[in-house]
Design a protein around this ligand. Sequence first.
Ligand SMILES: *Cc1c(COP(=O)(O)O)cnc(C)c1O
Length: 427
Amino acid sequence: MKEIVPAPPAIVRNDYESIRELFAKNVVPSYGRFEIVLSHGAGSYLFDVTGKRYLDLGSGIAVCSLGHASPAITEALVEQSKKLIHVSNLYFTEPQGRLAAEIVKRIGAGKCFFANSGAEANEGLFKLARKFGHAEGRFEILTATNSFHGRTLAGIAATGQDKVKKGFEPMMPGFRHIPYNDLAAARAAISPATVAIMIEGVQGEGGVTPATPEYLLGLRALCDEKKLLLLMDGVQCGHYRTGRFQSFQRILEGVPGGEKFLPDGLSMAKSLGGGFPIGAFWVRSPYQDLLGPGTHATTFGGTPLACAVALKIFSVIESERLEEQARKLGDWMKKELERLVQTYPTVVKNARGLGFMLGLELAENIPAFAASDKSAALQFVNRLHEAGVMTIPAGTHVIRLLPALNLKPQEAAEGIAAIEALVKLLA
Ligand SMILES: *Cc1c(COP(=O)(O)O)cnc(C)c1O
């Protein structure tokens, strides 16, 4: 029982070339992958099959909230799987009910639905909006340019980036894009068919751009005035990443009127399961019962196993005070990145973000990158890989730091030192 995955023949084991070949022959090539074959991890470190160690500041794109091989997650998986892995949503189970209560407690009065991914959680919110407007014939959802909402057909229609739509036209009808952080544009875009506005509290794939407090409060008032649902995609920026459970709680901290702000629907995934697939959406009272029996469902959503893991993650975040960790250490890292922007303006142009959701924008025309046609972000990320640090590109000029919530201060310092060394080299 020691080896969970059956041992491959010795010749395949730990062989970079043969694993690459398995992919080349058998895996749909829909991803642009880095030339790294990973084998195992521990905390914020990952190891590839050649034994090289990486400090992981990407955590699976904001997924591995407790790092890799977390003993707490292993324990939750083992204990729950001995009792019950899956039952149909035709029945009740305790973990799903308790997890819903934990989420409601952290946001506000409402209810939760459980899915398996971020795209699916958003699909649920789109269906909620359609149901909400159905009697009046309203169906249109406004989303922001540069947004990202997932790769399903509705997800790519909702996403405000052409690159995800290309080749998959015609787009599903019912989505239009508005410039982000522009309240006047949102007001001007509303048509008689509009039923909802969906935004990310901090745009992730779009390059780590937080919403302004005025935008959030303004959209809330606008949605109330026009009877629209205000939907927030918290898939990447949620789950304590910004130093509060949800990004709007951090953005609106200390802002007059901010403590009363709530969206009408909010999607979650990524960090919620720490690497075990789970998605969810929360819907505010009084819309919490709009999706009645028979209107929405999924086989795997909210299994006892997924919910037990998510519950364990909540308890670890609380007992280890990781909310504070993300805020304090993240804010320290941001100051360090800002210092790099001051010191090396020909290489780094801007540092932004909140807590452990940080973006470093690279300057145009870095001379050392001129020889390659790869984007500056990709070349920068590749150079950091050589230095043993993992980060995530966003668009052509931004690299993202999305570390585990339990990143340690010395690991944060190690990451900053590696980034500084590279920036200095490129200057
Ligand atoms: C990752 C992401 C999604 C899609 O989540 P999947 O689990 O990949 O379907 C949706 N919205 C945002 C903001 C994301 O970052």
